[in-house]
Write a protein of this length. Structure first.
Length: 565
């Protein structure tokens, strides 16, 4: 069982039913004979960067089919459950009453489960509204099953191991708390979650994704020792071509490149054998949670939404941007795509490095741990910013420290509270915290997209406007296009990272961000918010009441089941 548990995210053991590496070798040999063995666009202009890049959206048929096949398997399960329910109702009186009793037991268990109220209400509604079928669906996907428990245990073991390398100087918290007694309480909470507090960091803020990638490419050109890369979405295009070109050259120069990505996020827009091609070129590659491995909630929700880059242990990046052309506006999908990010220098880079290595180890069943200290570099930076790198994921449920941190940012705000999020689907208690902040005299403003990437997400976000607008929260929609940025700012601190204000980010995905307190970084983010407010349309409560009738009918139903998709 231990060996089976270690095989959490890898493809089927050593005796694979389908050896993808061997298949790649045969495929590569055929292409070499035909002279078709250059698999990515080559860019010989080493200094071109974004201004000379041409964006493209390139879909991969095999990846698309993999996603579709998995979705079909899920659909087959649903159809089978409905058929089985019908058969039991028709022919199995004893089984019918047995499952009815089991449904009541499941409802009682859900009511007493230490989990999000919205999640419990959604499943109770399904079990109640769909007798038999609802219980069987819950049995398949709603319970904390054996596989998920094994995954949680394995991932938490890797996280706990990595946390040993986060050694805190206790005097730092005392120094910070003396100057900032209110936010010092939140810092103390984050320390209790093993989020390292560091001082003297230099942090650069990027108001657009293209600004971040310009800086990333410059730093990659100067890499000497190692590069650590982790993205949720990876898509072949202009950005990938440039990064791939630089990294290949760096590998030839002896630079170590570790590349981690989520399988669901990369499946459709990367070519077949993407991982094997990169490994052949000298990349070290790991894939988080292969989507064909599970057709349960693990496939649907157990994703790594993290975005981290670390270069030589001296520079770290994070933010909302993924490795795809739309994030740098090289292609247009939903108008102007606004994303934000940060470049960190100083001791906080070690926090980003540890989060990367924890997820790197969680994506493999290797018995040997990575040498963490190999990637730790002494810093000589004299900045003004306090930082704590934060991370979270479903293995932490029901503790969810990032959700607690966001709620504390709201509760401890005194003058202003500004938030950007592409999706606004939050629990009632957090809505109440926002409204209570308004009653304390805090200027609370939230910016969401005007042009959505998902229609149902727009409807859910809009539905959550109502009580907030009525309670005095000011809501803006970013009219130039789609805002994908995830950040929160108060007079004391800011967080920039991958965290949406929705159930998926707080409970179902692995996320990361950086909490920061410093005059320069807070001023930079504040200026960007002021620009966003000018570019956006403010939504009034009267505007919200005039939304389409169809929306008014659909939104309550969507909201009821929002935690399940």
């Amino acid at each position: 069982m231990a060996a089976k548990r270690r095989d959490v995210f890898m493809e089927i053991g050593e005796k694979k039913l389908f050896d993808k590496d061997a298949a790649y070798e045969r495929w590569d040999q055929r292409n070499q004979r035909r002279g078709n063995d250059k698999y990515f666009h080559e860019d010989e202009r080493e200094e071109s960067y974004l201004r000379e890049l041409k964006g493209r959206i390139q879909n991969n048929t095999s990846g698309f089919l993999k996603v579709v096949m998995t979705a079909l398997l899920v659909l087959v399960q649903i159809v089978f459950v409905m058929w089985l329910s019908l058969q039991i109702r028709t022919n199995g009186t004893v089984w019918y009453y047995l499952i009815q009793v089991s449904s009541m037991v499941a409802i009682v268990a859900l009511i007493n489960r230490n989990q999000s109220p919205s999640y419990r209400i959604a499943w109770i509604s399904i079990i109640t509204l769909l007798p038999l079928t609802g219980f069987l669906l819950y049995f398949l996907w709603g319970r904390t099953g054996k596989k998920k428990k094994e995954l949680d245990t394995y991932i938490m073991r890797q996280i706990s191991y990595g946390n040993k390398f986060l050694v805190q100087d206790d005097d730092l918290w005392v120094d910070y708390a003396e100057e900032n007694p209110v936010s010092g309480r939140m810092v103390k909470f984050m320390l209790s979650e093993n989020f390292l507090l560091t001082e003297g960091n230099e942090v650069d803020y990027f108001p657009m994704g293209e600004d971040a990638f310009e800086a990333i490419f410059r730093d990659l050109e100067n890499a000497k020792e190692f590069v650590l890369i982790d993205f949720f979405i990876v898509a072949e295009g202009g950005l990938w071509d440039k990064m791939h070109d630089i990294l290949k050259r760096k590998i030839k120069e002896g630079v170590e490149v570790k590349f981690l990505y989520d399988d669901f996020g990369a499946a459709i827009r990367t070519r077949k054998y993407f991982k094997q091609i990169l490994e052949h070129e000298g990349f070290e590659v790991r894939v988080f949670n292969p989507i064909m491995k599970y057709t349960s909630q693990l496939y649907m929700n157990f994703r790594s939404h993290q975005k981290i880059m670390v270069i030589d242990g001296k520079v770290g990046y994070t933010g909302g941007f993924n490795l795809a052309d739309e994030y740098a506006n090289l292609v247009e999908r939903f108008g102007v795509w606004k994303d934000t990010g940060i470049r960190v220098r100083g001791d906080a880079v070690w926090g980003l490095t540890v989060v990367f290595l924890q997820m790197w180890e969680a994506s493999s069943h290797d018995k040997e741990h990575v040498d963490y200290l190999k990637y730790k570099v002494m810093q000589d930076v004299q900045g003004d910013t306090w930082c704590q790198v934060i991370s979270d994921g479903p293995a932490n449920n029901p503790k969810n420290p990032i959700e607690s941190i966001y709620n504390q940012m709201i509760m401890y705000s005194d003058q202003y509270l500004y938030i950007t999020t592409p999706y606004l689907v939050i629990e009632d208690y957090m809505k109440q915290s926002l409204i209570e902040a308004v009653r304390r005299g805090v200027d609370v403003r939230i910016v969401t997209p005007n042009i959505p990437d998902k229609k149902y997400a727009k409807m859910l976000t809009n539905f959550n406007y109502g009580p907030l607008l009525k309670g005095g929260v000011r809501i803006y929609e970013y009219t130039p296009g789609f805002i994908h940025a995830k950040q929160i700012l108060t007079e004391d601190a800011a967080i920039v990272g991958t965290i949406n204000m929705d159930y998926r980010s707080f409970y179902l995905h692995y996320e990361n961000g950086v909490w920061m307190s410093g005059e320069k970084i807070q001023n930079d983010i504040h200026r960007d918010f002021e620009k966003m407010f000018q570019e956006s349309k403010e939504i009034s409560y009267e505007d919200w009441q005039r939304r389409p009738l169809v929306w008014k009918l659909i939104q309550p139903l969507l909201n009821l089941f929002a935690t399940l998709f």
